[in-house]
Design a binder for this molecule. Structure first.
Ligand code: FAD
Length: 499
């Protein structure tokens, strides 16, 4: 039986585990990457953001990853890796629906909200067809000289002094190492919860405010929403970007729907149900999907000819999406953000949060592995990840509480857009290492504003009063002119400057 000695073993070869493996390998560490699945495989969670792309670009620059760097923008991605399916994401678009009613719009855009994130298609953010991107990154890790194992299960961890033994059980391939000996373990297994199960880490999901679930798939032949609007005589001339080249949200009382359009004209779509306002229906995924479409005639029209193309088994339905663990790191281990906690697809925080975690954890491991300050650095990493999960939970749950009242919802999203645009601008202007937490989660003053406004949201104050208070509350942090009545819900200047 052969054993393999490495510095870091990463369990979970999704994009997060693979990206960290690439970075650590480029810094000269010996790395093993293990996934229990086999690429390419279907994964949900596809919409990137300006923060995700800023961090991706910086990581590729700092660790010299020229083959991955083009993924930071739609234009360079198309030029370098056109075979990896992606989509243009110029921003976030939201449309309000009433049960049983057609979609209606007015000159004030009181049922629409569009917030630009990028100023041109070339410089645009992207939707990632994850099965393509994850497989590509996993191959890059192998090419960089790390040991990669697919179709491989890791057994119980055994510690021998400062070394940790991980038994490997391979699927079909023979003559592979049956044990890893490592100095450090990273858990990038997401909902697989590799370390939480082995270290019996307490589950703190009950502390989260957000409580949601979803039914989703990828579809072909979904009519573009812009075409639906125009076919009903609704003017889209004031939209700052094509509303389908976006993370498109249909919002209603009790939930919302995402639509992400890829350049192969397939669409990732899912209905998200707020479990704080209703029980999971006792229906098959297909029957549930049809029941959502029956509720919203305009969305039903969009999906009149649609058919599921991915995943192979058809529509998937989930239980509660959220998770939060009591710990995110210890003396010889750490979890990537998506393993330590996850909130919801709303605001597309997952990819950006994962990349921020990779940036921070990579610095710690490269500088401190084998040194006395490793433990204190990991405590700081844990504190930061936990603060970020709390911030995302506040921003997302506030929006859920406002769904059904679109003006209140649109005002509530301003907290997220303030945090995101403020982080982006500060990062763009910074020189040297950028340290603040994702979405300003470690800024006490900002946290107090978000907590206060999320409480106000749930109190019976008038919309005029709420808008006024929100505008005043975000002002010290707002760098792009949000909560502007003159914008009439069409925000063009929020787009990140081209860089
Ligand atoms: C419904 C939904 C919608 C989302 N939408 C968005 C979005 O639009 N934008 C966004 O930014 N984020 C979104 N997210 C979040 C996004 O999916 C995650 O942030 C992202 O997948 C994190 O990547 P990862 O590689 O860290 O983890 P994952 O993608 O979860 O990968 C984990 C990997 O670990 C492997 N694994 C699991 N257990 C084990 C084990 N025991 N041993 C070995 N390997 C194991 C799995 O096979 C998998 O390959 C969404 C999430 C959900 C649930």
């Amino acid at each position: 039986m052969s054993a393999l000695d490495v510095d870091v073993a990463i369990v979970g070869g999704g994009f997060g585990g693979s990206f960290l493996a690439l970075v650590l390998r480029r810094a000269g560490l010996r790395v093993a990457l293990i996934d229990r699945g086999r690429h390419p495989r279907f994964v949900i969670g596809e919409s990137s953001t300006p923060i995700a792309n800023l961090v991706l670009k910086d990581l590729c620059c700092e660790y010299d990853l020229p083959n991955v760097a083009p993924l930071a923008k739609y234009g360079t991605w198309q030029a370098r890796h056109p075979q990896l399916v992606s989509g243009i994401k110029r921003g976030f678009s939201y449309f309000h629906h009433e049960t049983g009613q057609p979609f209606v719009a007015d000159a004030e855009h009181s049922t629409e909200l569009l917030v630009a994130a990028s100023s041109s298609d070339q410089h645009s953010d992207t939707h990632w067809l994850r099965q393509d991107v994850d497989a590509f990154l996993f191959r890059e890790v192998g090419a960089a000289g790390a040991d990669c194992f697919e179709d491989c299960e890791v057994g119980e961890i055994e510690s021998v002094g400062q070394v940790f033994n991980l038994p490997l059980k391979h699927g079909q391939v023979e003559n592979l190492p049956h044990e890893l000996r490592t100095r450090f373990v990273v858990d990038g297994s997401g909902e697989g919860q590799f370390l939480a199960k082995r270290l019996k880490i307490e589950d703190r999901t009950h502390e989260l405010r957000t409580n949601s679930r979803t039914v989703f798939a990828h579809f072909a032949d979904v009519t573009r929403w812009k075409c639906c609007l125009e076919s009903h005589g609704i003017d889209t001339a004031e939209h700052p970007f094509d509303c389908d080249h976006a993370a498109l949200h249909h919002v209603f009382a009790g939930g919302w729907m995402w639509q992400l359009r890829f350049n192969d004209e397939t669409v990732s779509a899912g209905f998200v149900q707020d479990l704080n306002r209703g029980e999971r229906p006792n229906l098959s995924a297909a029957a549930e999907w049809e029941s959502w479409l029956r509720r919203f005639p305009a969305i039903s029209e969009q999906f009149a000819n649609a058919r599921v193309v991915r995943p192979e088994g058809g529509l998937r339905s989930t239980g509660r999406l959220q998770r939060k663990l009591a710990r995110a790191a210890g003396g010889w281990w750490a979890m990537l953000p998506n393993t330590a906690g996850f909130i919801d697809a709303l605001h597309s925080t997952g990819i950006a949060h994962t990349l921020c975690g990779i940036e921070r954890l990579a610095r710690i491991l490269i500088r401190s592995l084998g040194r006395d300050d490793l433990e204190s650095q990991l405590r700081e990493y844990e504190r930061c990840v936990r603060a970020e999960v709390e911030m995302i939970d506040l921003l997302v749950s506030g929006c859920f509480a406002a769904m059904g009242d679109f003006q209140r919802f649109a005002t509530a999203t301003m907290l997220y857009f303030t945090a995101a645009t403020s982080y982006e601008r500060a990062r763009l202007a910074s020189v040297g290492e950028f340290r603040p937490a994702f979405l300003l989660a470690d800024d006490e003053q900002w946290l107090a504003v978000v907590r206060r406004m999320c409480d106000r949201l749930r109190e019976a104050c008038s919309i005029e009063q709420f808008e006024k208070e929100m505008s005043e509350a975000i002002r010290p942090f707002d760098v792009v002119g949000l909560c502007d009545p003159a914008a009439r819900n069409m925000y063009r200047h929020s787009a990140m400057p081209e860089n």
